[in-house]
Design a protein around this ligand. Structure first.
Ligand SMILES: NC(=O)c1ccc[n+]([C@@H]2O[C@H](COP(=O)([O-])OP(=O)(O)OC[C@H]3O[C@@H](n4cnc5c(N)ncnc54)[C@H](OP(=O)(O)O)[C@@H]3O)[C@@H](O)[C@H]2O)c1
Length: 280
Protein backbone atom coordinates (compact mmCIF):
# COMPACT_ATOMS: atom_id res chain seq x y z
CA UNK A 1 0.00 0.00 0.00
CA UNK A 2 1.29 3.50 -0.85
CA UNK A 3 1.74 5.63 2.27
CA UNK A 4 0.15 9.04 2.64
CA UNK A 5 2.72 11.81 2.47
CA UNK A 6 2.99 14.93 4.62
CA UNK A 7 5.42 17.81 4.18
CA UNK A 8 5.91 19.48 7.57
CA UNK A 9 7.71 22.80 8.04
CA UNK A 10 9.64 23.57 11.24
CA UNK A 11 9.90 19.89 12.13
CA UNK A 12 13.19 20.24 13.99
CA UNK A 13 11.53 21.13 17.30
CA UNK A 14 8.30 21.61 19.22
CA UNK A 15 4.99 20.91 17.51
CA UNK A 16 6.50 20.11 14.11
CA UNK A 17 8.78 17.48 15.63
CA UNK A 18 5.93 15.84 17.54
CA UNK A 19 3.54 16.02 14.55
CA UNK A 20 6.20 14.20 12.51
CA UNK A 21 6.45 11.40 15.10
CA UNK A 22 2.66 11.06 15.32
CA UNK A 23 2.08 10.90 11.55
CA UNK A 24 4.96 8.50 11.06
CA UNK A 25 3.49 6.28 13.79
CA UNK A 26 0.27 6.21 11.76
CA UNK A 27 2.12 4.96 8.66
CA UNK A 28 2.58 8.32 6.91
CA UNK A 29 5.69 9.14 4.92
CA UNK A 30 6.92 12.29 6.67
CA UNK A 31 8.98 14.77 4.69
CA UNK A 32 10.41 17.30 7.11
CA UNK A 33 11.61 20.74 6.14
CA UNK A 34 14.30 22.14 8.45
CA UNK A 35 16.55 25.16 8.08
CA UNK A 36 20.38 25.09 8.14
CA UNK A 37 20.33 21.38 7.46
CA UNK A 38 24.06 21.21 6.78
CA UNK A 39 24.84 21.86 10.47
CA UNK A 40 21.97 19.86 11.96
CA UNK A 41 22.91 16.27 11.15
CA UNK A 42 22.83 15.26 14.83
CA UNK A 43 19.29 16.67 15.36
CA UNK A 44 18.01 14.98 12.20
CA UNK A 45 19.61 11.69 13.28
CA UNK A 46 17.94 12.05 16.68
CA UNK A 47 14.52 12.68 15.08
CA UNK A 48 15.03 9.73 12.75
CA UNK A 49 15.91 7.47 15.66
CA UNK A 50 12.57 8.29 17.34
CA UNK A 51 10.48 7.34 14.28
CA UNK A 52 8.50 4.15 14.09
CA UNK A 53 9.34 3.73 10.38
CA UNK A 54 12.63 5.41 9.54
CA UNK A 55 12.24 4.34 5.90
CA UNK A 56 9.13 6.56 5.64
CA UNK A 57 11.19 9.71 6.19
CA UNK A 58 12.82 12.35 4.02
CA UNK A 59 14.41 15.63 4.94
CA UNK A 60 14.68 18.89 3.00
CA UNK A 61 16.42 22.17 3.67
CA UNK A 62 14.05 25.13 4.04
CA UNK A 63 14.72 28.63 5.29
CA UNK A 64 11.39 30.44 5.16
CA UNK A 65 13.14 33.77 5.64
CA UNK A 66 14.64 33.48 2.17
CA UNK A 67 12.35 33.06 -0.85
CA UNK A 68 15.21 31.49 -2.86
CA UNK A 69 15.37 28.72 -0.27
CA UNK A 70 11.58 28.29 -0.38
CA UNK A 71 11.66 27.88 -4.15
CA UNK A 72 14.49 25.36 -3.91
CA UNK A 73 12.66 23.39 -1.21
CA UNK A 74 9.53 23.14 -3.39
CA UNK A 75 11.65 21.92 -6.32
CA UNK A 76 13.41 19.41 -4.04
CA UNK A 77 10.06 18.11 -2.82
CA UNK A 78 8.77 17.69 -6.39
CA UNK A 79 11.99 15.87 -7.30
CA UNK A 80 11.16 13.19 -4.70
CA UNK A 81 8.30 12.11 -6.99
CA UNK A 82 5.89 11.60 -4.07
CA UNK A 83 2.22 12.56 -3.81
CA UNK A 84 1.36 15.26 -1.24
CA UNK A 85 -1.60 14.44 0.99
CA UNK A 86 -0.94 17.07 3.64
CA UNK A 87 1.07 20.26 3.56
CA UNK A 88 1.57 21.26 7.20
CA UNK A 89 2.57 24.92 7.50
CA UNK A 90 3.83 24.80 11.07
CA UNK A 91 7.14 26.69 11.30
CA UNK A 92 7.07 30.03 13.02
CA UNK A 93 8.94 32.74 14.89
CA UNK A 94 7.64 34.90 17.74
CA UNK A 95 9.18 37.81 19.59
CA UNK A 96 12.19 37.87 17.28
CA UNK A 97 13.29 41.08 15.58
CA UNK A 98 14.61 41.42 12.07
CA UNK A 99 13.82 41.14 8.42
CA UNK A 100 13.97 38.43 5.79
CA UNK A 101 16.51 38.14 2.98
CA UNK A 102 14.08 40.00 0.72
CA UNK A 103 13.43 42.78 3.28
CA UNK A 104 10.08 41.71 4.79
CA UNK A 105 9.37 41.94 8.52
CA UNK A 106 10.61 38.69 10.05
CA UNK A 107 7.36 37.27 11.51
CA UNK A 108 5.34 38.20 8.42
CA UNK A 109 8.06 36.84 6.13
CA UNK A 110 8.60 33.52 7.90
CA UNK A 111 5.14 32.77 9.27
CA UNK A 112 3.15 33.91 6.25
CA UNK A 113 5.07 34.86 3.10
CA UNK A 114 7.47 31.91 2.95
CA UNK A 115 4.54 29.54 3.51
CA UNK A 116 2.48 31.37 0.89
CA UNK A 117 5.20 30.82 -1.73
CA UNK A 118 5.76 27.19 -0.71
CA UNK A 119 2.03 26.52 -1.10
CA UNK A 120 1.81 28.25 -4.47
CA UNK A 121 4.72 26.19 -5.79
CA UNK A 122 3.17 22.93 -4.57
CA UNK A 123 -0.46 23.65 -5.43
CA UNK A 124 -0.45 21.59 -8.62
CA UNK A 125 0.96 18.61 -6.73
CA UNK A 126 -1.71 19.00 -4.03
CA UNK A 127 -4.44 19.15 -6.68
CA UNK A 128 -3.12 15.92 -8.22
CA UNK A 129 -3.46 14.08 -4.89
CA UNK A 130 -6.92 12.84 -3.79
CA UNK A 131 -8.41 14.83 -0.88
CA UNK A 132 -5.20 16.70 -0.09
CA UNK A 133 -5.11 19.16 2.81
CA UNK A 134 -3.25 22.32 3.70
CA UNK A 135 -3.06 22.78 7.46
CA UNK A 136 -1.78 26.11 8.77
CA UNK A 137 -0.73 26.44 12.41
CA UNK A 138 -1.97 29.94 13.26
CA UNK A 139 -2.62 31.21 16.81
CA UNK A 140 -5.23 32.88 18.92
CA UNK A 141 -2.63 35.67 19.17
CA UNK A 142 -4.18 36.92 15.89
CA UNK A 143 -6.72 38.62 18.20
CA UNK A 144 -4.07 41.23 19.09
CA UNK A 145 -4.17 42.41 15.47
CA UNK A 146 -7.75 43.65 15.70
CA UNK A 147 -7.10 46.49 13.24
CA UNK A 148 -5.68 44.14 10.63
CA UNK A 149 -2.29 44.29 8.94
CA UNK A 150 -0.28 47.48 8.62
CA UNK A 151 1.09 47.12 5.07
CA UNK A 152 3.98 49.48 5.83
CA UNK A 153 5.02 47.35 8.82
CA UNK A 154 5.41 44.19 6.75
CA UNK A 155 7.99 45.79 4.49
CA UNK A 156 10.48 46.89 7.16
CA UNK A 157 12.27 45.27 10.11
CA UNK A 158 10.30 44.45 13.27
CA UNK A 159 9.59 47.64 15.22
CA UNK A 160 7.54 46.79 18.32
CA UNK A 161 9.48 46.12 21.52
CA UNK A 162 8.14 42.61 22.15
CA UNK A 163 7.41 41.69 18.54
CA UNK A 164 3.90 40.70 19.68
CA UNK A 165 2.14 43.05 17.28
CA UNK A 166 4.06 41.67 14.32
CA UNK A 167 3.49 38.09 15.48
CA UNK A 168 -0.25 38.79 15.82
CA UNK A 169 -0.39 40.24 12.30
CA UNK A 170 1.44 37.23 10.88
CA UNK A 171 -1.01 34.87 12.60
CA UNK A 172 -3.97 36.86 11.27
CA UNK A 173 -2.34 36.49 7.85
CA UNK A 174 -2.28 32.69 8.42
CA UNK A 175 -6.06 32.67 8.93
CA UNK A 176 -6.83 34.97 5.99
CA UNK A 177 -4.50 32.91 3.80
CA UNK A 178 -6.17 29.62 4.71
CA UNK A 179 -9.65 31.03 4.24
CA UNK A 180 -8.94 32.68 0.88
CA UNK A 181 -7.14 29.57 -0.33
CA UNK A 182 -10.17 27.42 0.45
CA UNK A 183 -12.23 29.57 -1.91
CA UNK A 184 -9.59 29.47 -4.65
CA UNK A 185 -9.44 25.68 -4.35
CA UNK A 186 -13.22 25.07 -4.46
CA UNK A 187 -13.91 22.08 -6.70
CA UNK A 188 -10.32 20.76 -6.66
CA UNK A 189 -10.79 18.37 -3.72
CA UNK A 190 -8.07 20.17 -1.71
CA UNK A 191 -9.22 21.51 1.66
CA UNK A 192 -7.60 24.00 4.03
CA UNK A 193 -7.63 24.45 7.81
CA UNK A 194 -6.12 27.06 10.12
CA UNK A 195 -5.79 26.36 13.82
CA UNK A 196 -4.77 27.49 17.26
CA UNK A 197 -2.88 24.58 18.83
CA UNK A 198 -3.23 25.76 22.47
CA UNK A 199 -0.58 27.38 24.65
CA UNK A 200 2.20 24.86 24.63
CA UNK A 201 5.50 24.42 26.41
CA UNK A 202 7.86 24.94 23.44
CA UNK A 203 10.66 27.36 22.64
CA UNK A 204 8.53 29.59 20.39
CA UNK A 205 9.21 32.75 22.47
CA UNK A 206 12.90 31.97 23.06
CA UNK A 207 14.02 35.10 21.18
CA UNK A 208 11.75 37.48 23.14
CA UNK A 209 13.53 39.96 25.44
CA UNK A 210 14.81 38.19 28.58
CA UNK A 211 12.77 40.27 31.00
CA UNK A 212 9.47 39.21 29.33
CA UNK A 213 10.15 35.50 29.96
CA UNK A 214 8.71 35.36 33.51
CA UNK A 215 5.48 36.95 32.20
CA UNK A 216 5.24 34.51 29.31
CA UNK A 217 5.90 31.52 31.54
CA UNK A 218 3.10 32.20 34.02
CA UNK A 219 0.50 31.29 31.37
CA UNK A 220 -0.97 27.81 31.87
CA UNK A 221 0.60 25.55 29.28
CA UNK A 222 -0.01 22.09 27.90
CA UNK A 223 2.66 19.64 26.79
CA UNK A 224 3.74 19.18 23.21
CA UNK A 225 1.91 15.88 22.78
CA UNK A 226 -1.44 17.47 23.65
CA UNK A 227 -0.41 20.49 21.59
CA UNK A 228 -0.42 18.46 18.36
CA UNK A 229 -3.98 17.17 18.77
CA UNK A 230 -5.70 19.91 16.77
CA UNK A 231 -3.10 19.80 13.99
CA UNK A 232 -3.55 16.02 13.75
CA UNK A 233 -7.33 16.38 13.79
CA UNK A 234 -7.14 18.81 10.84
CA UNK A 235 -4.81 16.49 8.92
CA UNK A 236 -6.62 13.24 9.64
CA UNK A 237 -10.24 13.79 10.63
CA UNK A 238 -11.68 17.26 9.99
CA UNK A 239 -14.55 17.05 7.47
CA UNK A 240 -13.70 18.39 4.04
CA UNK A 241 -16.87 20.49 4.14
CA UNK A 242 -15.22 22.55 6.91
CA UNK A 243 -12.56 23.79 4.49
CA UNK A 244 -11.40 27.35 5.14
CA UNK A 245 -12.44 27.37 8.80
CA UNK A 246 -10.50 28.05 11.99
CA UNK A 247 -10.01 25.37 14.62
CA UNK A 248 -9.07 25.12 18.30
CA UNK A 249 -9.45 22.10 20.60
CA UNK A 250 -10.08 19.94 17.53
CA UNK A 251 -13.32 21.75 16.64
CA UNK A 252 -14.30 24.67 14.49
CA UNK A 253 -14.12 27.78 16.61
CA UNK A 254 -14.73 31.49 16.26
CA UNK A 255 -11.79 33.64 15.25
CA UNK A 256 -11.66 37.40 15.88
CA UNK A 257 -14.15 39.37 13.70
CA UNK A 258 -11.32 40.81 11.54
CA UNK A 259 -10.33 37.25 10.53
CA UNK A 260 -13.60 37.00 8.54
CA UNK A 261 -12.89 40.01 6.31
CA UNK A 262 -13.00 38.54 2.80
CA UNK A 263 -11.79 41.83 1.39
CA UNK A 264 -8.67 41.88 3.58
CA UNK A 265 -8.00 38.20 2.86
CA UNK A 266 -8.15 38.93 -0.88
CA UNK A 267 -5.84 41.93 -0.41
CA UNK A 268 -3.34 39.77 1.49
CA UNK A 269 -3.44 37.31 -1.40
CA UNK A 270 -2.75 39.85 -4.10
CA UNK A 271 -0.03 41.58 -2.03
CA UNK A 272 1.63 38.21 -1.33
CA UNK A 273 1.57 37.34 -5.02
CA UNK A 274 3.15 40.68 -5.80
CA UNK A 275 5.84 40.26 -3.10
CA UNK A 276 6.69 36.77 -4.40
CA UNK A 277 6.38 37.59 -8.11
CA UNK A 278 10.04 36.92 -8.88
CA UNK A 279 9.77 33.38 -7.43
CA UNK A 280 6.43 32.15 -8.80
N1 LIG B 1 3.83 27.10 21.50
C1 LIG B 1 2.68 27.76 21.56
O1 LIG B 1 2.15 28.05 22.65
C2 LIG B 1 1.99 28.18 20.29
C3 LIG B 1 0.72 28.80 20.39
C4 LIG B 1 0.07 29.18 19.23
C5 LIG B 1 0.66 28.93 18.00
N2 LIG B 1 1.88 28.33 17.93
C6 LIG B 1 2.48 28.10 16.60
O2 LIG B 1 2.94 26.78 16.51
C7 LIG B 1 3.94 26.69 15.49
C8 LIG B 1 5.09 25.83 15.98
O3 LIG B 1 5.73 26.49 17.05
P1 LIG B 1 6.30 25.74 18.34
O4 LIG B 1 5.50 26.20 19.47
O5 LIG B 1 6.46 24.30 18.07
O6 LIG B 1 7.73 26.46 18.50
P2 LIG B 1 9.19 26.00 18.03
O7 LIG B 1 9.60 24.77 18.73
O8 LIG B 1 10.02 27.21 18.17
O9 LIG B 1 8.99 25.63 16.52
C9 LIG B 1 9.07 26.57 15.49
C10 LIG B 1 9.80 25.93 14.34
O10 LIG B 1 9.85 26.87 13.25
C11 LIG B 1 11.15 26.80 12.71
N3 LIG B 1 11.56 28.02 12.03
C12 LIG B 1 11.75 29.25 12.57
N4 LIG B 1 12.22 30.09 11.63
C13 LIG B 1 12.33 29.38 10.49
C14 LIG B 1 12.77 29.68 9.19
N5 LIG B 1 13.24 30.89 8.86
N6 LIG B 1 12.75 28.71 8.26
C15 LIG B 1 12.32 27.48 8.56
N7 LIG B 1 11.90 27.11 9.78
C16 LIG B 1 11.91 28.06 10.74
C17 LIG B 1 12.06 26.56 13.90
O11 LIG B 1 13.29 26.06 13.43
P3 LIG B 1 14.67 26.28 14.20
O12 LIG B 1 14.78 25.08 15.09
O13 LIG B 1 15.66 26.31 13.11
O14 LIG B 1 14.57 27.58 14.95
C18 LIG B 1 11.25 25.58 14.71
O15 LIG B 1 11.51 24.25 14.34
C19 LIG B 1 4.33 28.15 15.18
O16 LIG B 1 3.74 28.51 13.96
C20 LIG B 1 3.72 28.94 16.31
O17 LIG B 1 3.38 30.25 15.92
C21 LIG B 1 2.57 27.95 19.04
Amino acid sequence: MVANVALITGAGSGLGYQTTLELNKRGWHTVVAIRNLSVRAAEVAELKSQLQSAELFSVLDLDLSNLHSVKKCAADFLALGLPLNALVLNAGVAGQHGETAQGFELAFGVNHLGHFLLTELLIEKLCQTDNARIVTVASRAHRHASSGIDWNDVQRPTRSIFGIQEYAQSKLANIWFSNHLSRRLMGTGVSTYALHPGVIRTGIWRHAPKWTKPLLSIRPMIDVQDGTKTTLHCILDAPQIETGLYYADSSVTKAAPIAYSLEDAAKLWSKSQYFCRAYL
